[in-house]
Design a protein around this ligand. Structure first.
Ligand code: ADP
Length: 541
């Protein structure tokens, strides 16, 4: 509270206010008439005291287009004080300048609350604002810088990452290259291995001499071993692409080819027999065995087929079959005869003096002899086969044995028999078995050379061995049959000439001679007779 002694007049008060550093002005009326403006405010405006009493907009025309005048009018009308920091453009040193002002338009009201003037206080905060702005900018710049830095760092780390990824990529690439080379190596090794194993297989296949054929999954032949081309005389390309079927005997072809083709449906192992003609055109029996082949992934790849020449086996089988038929027949003939003799004897048994009786007994004895001879042959064969025959060697005069063998024939008078050579020769052998050999050769001569007239027996000795020959003047033997004469069940069945026999005599003879360490053979020519001979070690000093 001011005391009366210190109270000031209005002029004094205005005087004080005009000295205030804070710019101050007082307005009134809706046209914002300037009642008072101190020096500082006048300086803001760039005006002098002459403007006092004028409307602000007239006094400071630079404010035209700026919001302040309107704001003052609003404060005056509404009575609501307004304060803010805003830029304003005013004349300074003759130029229009923008400066910032922290200002207040305070509505001064009377007792009724009606605004009668506005107190305008303002301070120039341009430096502060600009400073703030500068700081703000600096901060923004700083932030931008930081952002840039962060981005830079991010970029750097991305670059680093990229670099290391690149390095990794390069390493991976190197590793890939290395693996690739390794793989190429392995492929090369594997290919070499495969080529080697194929070459090995081929070498094996070729050197084995086995007839080998390979077919693919579509039944096309892809390989024939040399043995096939050697055997058939056909070029490999002729055998491939089904050419092979042409070399199969026509009677066996369809059956085997059907067998072969249907196997591709089941893909199971199969076998079959067929005849194939060789280079000379003669047929050989083949036993084919085919096994399925598989690819590494387990898929069916076709067949590999090996063929074995089973001609000999087939012939032996055939002979065996024939032998069974013949043996049954051979046994049946004397047995039938024996049966008939016995039936007749039965009829006349109450009349032993019947003239038929001695004939029937003779007939029965012959039949029995024939049966037992056949059975003997069969048993000998069996024993020889099983190696059960023992040699019971003893010394004996060979000519005497020949003589006793020849006697029964001489008695029949069918042939004249002569024995020549060293009649004194003594040998050390199984007499019974040598007897069997000589009997066989003699009875064959009688049987197969019925018109020979003479049968010559010759004894020749030299260097510890003796050679016995049985010579007849019979029909002789065809050259192609000779190599088989001493085989089991072999019989020469010439048409128009049939003699009884099991095809065992010569086989048994040969076995006996071999066991004694000797040899057996034949010299024969069709039409000039045959000479069957054998040798034996003398066995005596
Ligand atoms: P088989 O018991 O059938 O007589 P062999 O083994 O004794 O059997 O004789 C075999 C074959 O040799 C006979 O089927 C016959 O054709 C022939 N053969 C044997 N000896 C003579 C011979 N002296 N003259 C002509 N052929 C003979």
């Amino acid at each position: 509270m001011l005391s009366s002694t210190t109270s000031l007049s209005n002029d004094e008060l205005l005087q004080v206010l005009s000295l205030s550093k804070d710019a101050t002005a007082i307005y009134t009326g809706h046209d914002i008439k300037i009642l008072f403006a101190n020096d500082a405010m006048l300086a803001f405006w760039g005006k002098d005291r002459s403007i006092i009493g004028q409307s602000l907009i007239k006094a400071v025309p630079e404010l035209e287009g700026q919001p302040f005048f309107k704001m003052l009018q609003d404060v005056y009308t509404t009575g609501v004080t307004y304060a803010d920091v805003l830029p304003a453009q005013t004349l300074r040193d003759g130029t229009l300048q923008t400066r910032y002002y922290d200002f207040e338009y305070r509505a001064i009201k009377n007792a009724e609350g009606k605004t009668y003037c506005i107190l305008h206080a303002a301070s120039d905060v341009t430096e502060v604002v600009l400073g703030k702005e500068a700081m703000e900018r600096a901060r923004e710049q700083q932030e931008a810088l930081e952002r840039e830095q962060a981005l830079n760092e991010e970029l750097m780390s991305s670059i680093e990452e990229l670099t290391s990824t690149n390095e990794e990529l390069q390493l991976t690439q190197q590793e890939l290259n290395r693996l690739n080379f390794e793989l190429e190596d392995r492929v090369a090794t594997r290919t070499a291995d495969l080529q080697e194993s194929e070459a090995r297989f081929r070498a094996m296949a070729e050197s084995s001499g086995i007839l080998i054929a390979v077919g693919d999954e579509s039944s096309n032949a892809t390989y024939f071993s040399n043995a096939w081309t050697d055997f058939t005389g056909a070029k490999p390309e002729d055998l491939l692409a089904f050419g092979w079927a042409n070399y199969i005997h026509p009677d066996d072809r369809e059956r085997y080819v059907n067998n072969y083709l249907s196997a591709f449906k089941t893909q199971e192992p199969f076998s079959g027999e067929f005849r194939v003609s060789d280079t000379s055109g003669s047929h050989h029996w083949m036993l084919a065995k085919a096994h399925p082949r598989y690819k590494p992934d387990g898929a069916f790849a076709g067949y590999i087929c090996t063929c074995v020449d089973i001609t000999e086996q087939k012939e032996l089988e055939q002979r065996k079959d024939d032998f069974i038929t013949i043996a049954s027949h051979e046994l049946k003939t004397p047995l039938t005869s024996l049966k008939v003799s016995l039936q007749l004897m039965d009829k006349i048994k109450h009349d032993p003096s019947n003239a038929m009786m001695p004939k029937l007994i003779m007939q029965a004895r012959k039949s029995i002899q024939r049966v037992s001879a056949l059975v003997d042959d069969l048993l000998s064969t069996r024993k020889l086969q099983q190696g059960q025959i023992q040699l019971n060697k003893a010394k004996f005069i060979l000519s005497q044995l020949l003589n006793s063998c020849a006697n029964p024939i001489a008695i029949t008078g069918s042939h004249k028999i002569s024995i020549t050579g060293n009649l004194e020769l003594e040998i050390f052998a199984d007499e019974h078995q040598v007897d069997q050999v000589i009997t066989n050769l003699l009875s064959n001569a009688v049987k197969y050379a019925p018109h020979s007239g003479e049968i010559r027996l010759e004894i020749q000795d030299s260097e510890g061995m003796v050679k016995v020959s049985v010579v007849d003047k019979g029909p002789g033997i065809a050259p192609d049959k000779i190599p088989h004469l001493f085989e089991r069940y072999f019989r020469v069945d010439e048409s128009g000439f049939h003699a009884t026999g099991l095809g065992l005599g010569l086989y048994i003879s040969a076995e006996i001679i071999k066991r004694h360490g000797g040899e057996i053979g034949v010299i024969s020519e069709l039409g000039s007779g045959s000479t069957f001979w054998f040798t034996l070690p003398l066995g005596v000093d």
